[in-house]
Structure formats: C-alpha cells, structure tokens
Write a protein that binds this ligand. Structure first.
Ligand code: EPU
Length: 417
C-alpha cells in the first residue's frame, strides 16, 4: 500500500488545474447504459473510482474507448445485467447501474453495497422508488434482483434527500412509460450535470436544479456529447490547503458559483478570494480564523468538505463547532488529527475544535477519501514529517493530489509499497 510522506511548513504558490467531478462522472458513465448510441465525454477525471466504474461497465458489455482526453461509451452490446459483489463492495456508487439497466433491459441484479466506513448508507430509497415505478424487487443472497417489463411513471417522495438515489431514479424515469415526479430530489450540481447530459440524450426533464424533477418517459435515448462539471470538492480541498498553509494559488477550470457556502466560510476565515468565470484565486497571509458550520444537502455546506475545513480549523485562531448531519460516522479523521497535536473533542454529531498554534508531524492512517484529504492538509501545516498510510482512499477520488500540490510548493512524496 502506498504512503505519502509530507514535510510541513511550506506555503503554496501557483496554479492548479481542477479535474472533472468524481461524483458527476460516476453517474454519467452509468448513463451510457441507457442508449445504444455513442456518449462522448470530456473532462472525465483520472481516478481509481472511475477505473472501477469502467471495469464494471465493461463487464456488462459497454464498449469504452479513451483517446485524446475523450471517453466514448457505446451501449449497443450490453449482455450482462449484473453488478457483482467484488466490485460493488469496493465502490458503493456501483448501485448507479440499477436504474439504467432495469429501465432499458427490464432486469438488473446488483449486489447490496454492505457496510461503509462513514455510515450505514442503506439503499432503501433507490428500491422504494423503483418499486413505485412498478419494479418487482427481491433481495436474495446479498443481491438486489429487479425486474419490470417496462417501468411506469410514478410520483416518488423519498424519505430523505439522497444524491445517488435521485440519480438512479432520474435515469430510470427517462425510459419509463409516462410521467415521473421526483419530490425531495437532491439539488447537488452533480445531479444537475447528469440531468443535462440526459436531456442532450433526448430525455424530457423539467425542474433541473430544483427539488422537484418532472420526467416524461421516452421510448429510447440517443448518443450525445458532454463535458463533466468541475470538481467542487477538489476545488474546496485546495482552498482549505492554502487557507491553512498560507500563500497565493489560482485554481483553473473550476466554478465559484457552485461553492457559495464554502467560499463564504473561507472569507470568514480570512482568505482573500477573487473569482472569474472559470477560476478562483485564493490569497492567505495570516493564521486562519476558526469557522463553525453544519453539513447539509446542497446548497448548504457539503459533508464532503467537512474534514478538510476541520483541518484548517485545527490551526485556526479560536474555537469552532463542526456538526455533521449527513453521515453518522464521519469524524474518523479526528483521532488522527489529535495525533498531530490538534485539540478536538466529539460531542455526539458535533466536533469542537480548539485551534492550536502548531501541529507536529506523526504517522497517521487514512480512513476514507475526504478524511485522507484532510490529513494531507494537516500534514502540510504540521512541523516535521507526517507519514499517511492507506492512501488508496485518496487515489479513489483525487487525481494525483500529491503531484498537483508539489507543483505549487508542497513537499509531498509518494512512497510506493
Ligand atoms: N440514505 C438512506 N437510504 C437511501 C439513500 C440514502 O438512508 O436509500 C441516507 C444515507 O445513509 C445518508 C443520507 O441518506 O445518511 C444521504 O446519502 P446519499 O444517498 O445522498 O449519499 P450517496 O448518494 O451515497 C453521494 C456522494 C457522497 C456524498 C453524499 C452526500 C456519490 C457517488 N457519492 O453519496 O460522496 O458524501 O452523496 O453528499 O455521489 C465522497 O465523494 O467522498 C462521497 C462520500
């Protein structure tokens, strides 16, 4: 298993190009199952989770070519309607094949994802929605087996807001017979990006970007071209990094309009931000001020940025309260940060972070994707050396993070196992 060795204490200066969003690319790749036509995608990030998804889709018969930065999917020869346990257990987003397979082929067999480090993460809402559309679903031997000659439109109100649940039901509804109304839909920009691709493929969707999606099912979808939206979580991760280390960085190929709450918090922390149509410049010359927040669904503060902001809060002036409302177990970075000298206490779903003047490097363990990113930030401010183990978590969702950060002045070295 690779590790990262970080020497802390260096400011960041320079430009970083932001990749396409992981959480947009994963459902968008699954949308390739919905048509026999070519779906050409630009800005697909180069990540382990994308590789895993492509492996799964290829097993189903999806043809994938990647040339000159364009990923072309062709679903004219899908012959296996199954997502096996060995792949689903490594990546929960595999559940996103369920809706498209069922809608286009009338059947799908997808392994239940099982446990997850950040919370229990059931998929009951995906199942409830597909059942409302007429699917016959059984759970047997750890697999969800869904059948429906043709799904039919329905009004679906999910019990809670679910991102991949909305995406699965949205994709299924595009090929259903009649009108589907998805109430309480997730409004994340990645859901909007998927919806925009589906419209380009011939889907009829109204209410894109709102919590009420109305879909008129069509008989078939066709090929399309699409550019995957910029990764707002990668963007925020680098912004937190410069807030913690100080410096002056410009993030290119990104968007500020999908990062409002995060940018407000960074301004409160003392970061000077300037933005353009596709770039964000962040200048930081002082120790950050502590910022409190509570994670919620978009457009609120994203759970996927909680750990990285906490890393900044560790060395901020003052005390912050960080409340996690989306996942029940997403504070695993806290113990690791405390090993670096942070002063964080957990009280239920809230972490109370007492900012300290300095962290001191130590060996730490990455436990999930965003926790890993937060430890990279903490390591960059800690005095001396921090060795982060299990960084395969980081590689799942960040495109060569250590290379991008080293290019702007960080001292990070990958140690191959
Ligand atoms: N939930 C249920 N039942 C369901 C679906 C969700 O109880 O059927 C609960 C979950 O357990 C959780 C809450 O609802 O407590 C929200 O979960 P959601 O379904 O929205 O999460 P997800 O779709 O599985 C996506 C992202 C996550 C991100 C969350 C929240 C993808 C591939 N994953 O997960 O990304 O944290 O939305 O914004 O889009 C990450 O990138 O590090 C990551 C974990």
């Amino acid at each position: 298993m690779d590790k990262l060795l970080i020497k802390g204490g260096y400011r960041l200066n320079g430009d970083i190009r932001i990749a396409g969003a992981k959480n947009a690319a994963l459902p968008i790749l699954c949308a390739g199952l919905l048509t026999a036509g070519d779906v050409s995608l630009h800005n697909v990030p180069s990540l382990q989770d994308v590789n895993t998804m492509l492996k799964l889709l290829r097993q189903m018969g999806l043809q994938v070519t990647q040339e000159n930065g364009v990923t072309v999917l062709n679903g004219s020869q899908i012959d296996r309607l199954e997502a096996p346990y060995d792949l689903v257990k490594t990546m929960r987003a595999s559940i996103l094949v369920l809706g498209p397979l069922l809608a286009r082929f009338g059947e799908a067999k997808v392994s239940l994802p099982g446990g997850c480090a950040i919370g229990s993460r059931p998929v009951d809402q995906h199942i409830k929605g597909l059942q409302a559309m007429g699917a016959d679903i059984t759970i047997e031997a750890g697999y969800i087996h869904a059948r429906a000659k043709r799904l039919r439109g329905a009004r679906i109100v999910t019990d809670m807001i679910t991102v991949t649940g909305t995406e699965n039901l949205l994709m299924a509804a595009t090929l259903a017979d009649g009108e589907t109304v998805l109430e309480n839909a997730a409004r994340e920009p990645e859901v909007t990006d998927l919806a925009n691709l589906l419209v380009a493929m011939g889907a009829r969707i109204e209410g894109i970007g709102t919590d009420r999606l109305v879909i008129q099912g069509v008989a078939s979808l066709h090929g399309a071209q699409h550019t995957v939206i910029a990764d707002r979580i990668e963007t925020a991760t680098f912004l937190c990094a410069v807030a913690a280390t100080g410096g002056d960085i410009t993030l290119k190929n990104t968007r500020s309009d999908i990062l409002d709450v995060a940018l407000d918090k960074l301004r409160d922390a003392g970061v000077v931000l300037t933005t353009g149509p596709d770039w964000i410049r962040a200048q930081m010359s002082s120790r950050p001020k502590a910022v409190s927040f509570r994670t919620t669904e978009y457009p609120g503060f994203p759970t996927d940025m909680q750990a990285q902001f906490m890393a900044m809060n560790c060395i901020a002036q003052g005390t912050s309260r960080v409340t996690e409302t989306i996942f029940e177990n997403r504070f695993m970075h806290v113990q690791e940060m405390n090993r670096l000298g942070a002063k964080i206490e957990i009280d239920g779903h809230t972490a109370i972070v007492n900012g300290v003047e300095r962290l001191i490097g130590a060996p730490v363990m990455a436990t999930d994707l965003r926790a890993s990113a937060s430890l990279v930030i903490a390591g960059m401010v800690a005095e001396g050396e921090t060795l982060i183990d299990r960084i395969y978590h980081l590689d799942r969702g960040y495109d060569r993070m250590e290379v991008k950060l080293s290019a702007v002045g960080a001292h990070i070295q990958r140690i191959k196992s």
